[in-house]
Design a protein around this ligand. Structure first.
Ligand SMILES: [Zn+2]
Length: 221
């Protein structure tokens, strides 16, 4: 009976260890520094700075306030030079091939998915930095249209669809409804008591709930 019960077992939840990966609970971290920004947040900040830098270097000079959807598109095209996605031109023998057997001279561009995600981050950053949603150039219709064109163009050029669309087949849907009508019992289940159901609202105050959390029960009688 060597019961060293409890005494030694200090709580194991000390904030050490590399575990607790996925837990979404905010682990109130007592160690000085605030939580580092998430990957998305830091990426967003980086993108925003890149864009501001782009504006600064723009010729003719361009301020954020004067920035339109057309400028955003210009920015996206500018970024293509840093892209890593091969987009075949129509004259390339590998146009439409997902896995070309040999290299070709077609340009590298930004993949549509990257641009789409980038625009989403910049759009958020714009408003977080005081921009009004109505004038958000990243949400401009022209930008959306441009992105769609890029997506469709790249899907064709690379032979990789970005979206699986449901194709409508030409009407051959044979709905085999085998109605098992054997032993027809007369009882039509659908029928009775269609009305009613009107009341029953309210009044259900004391529904058997064992919750003791409800603090504000302001029953105004
Ligand atoms: Zn090519």
């Amino acid at each position: 009976m060597d019961s060293a019960s409890g005494a030694v077992a200090s709580d194991p939840n000390r904030g050490e260890g590399p575990s607790a990966a996925g837990s979404s609970a905010p682990a109130a971290d007592p160690s000085s520094s605030p939580a580092p920004p998430s990957r998305y947040e830091s990426q967003k900040r980086r993108d925003w700075n890149t864009f501001l830098q782009y504006l600064r270097n723009h010729k003719p000079p361009l301020t954020l306030a004067r920035c339109s959807g057309a400028h955003v598109i210009e920015f996206l095209k500018y970024l293509d030079q840093f892209g890593k996605t091969k987009v075949h031109i129509t004259g390339c023998p590998y146009f439409g091939h997902p896995n070309p057997p040999a290299p070709c001279a077609c340009p590298l561009k930004q993949a549509w998915g990257s641009l789409d995600a980038l625009i989403g981050r910049l759009r958020a950053a714009y408003e977080e930095n005081g921009g009004r949603p109505e004038s958000n150039p990243f949400g401009a219709r022209a930008v959306r249209i441009y992105l769609r064109e890029v997506r469709e163009g790249q899907a064709k050029a690379r032979g990789i669809p970005y979206e699986k669309k449901k194709r409508k087949r030409p009407t051959t849907t044979v709905t085999a409804t085998t109605v098992v009508a054997s032993a027809s019992q007369g009882g039509d289940a659908g029928g009775g008591s269609g009305s009613g159901g009107g009341d029953g609202s309210g009044s259900g105050g004391a529904s058997a709930s064992a919750q003791t959390t409800a603090t504000t029960t302001s029953t105004a009688v």
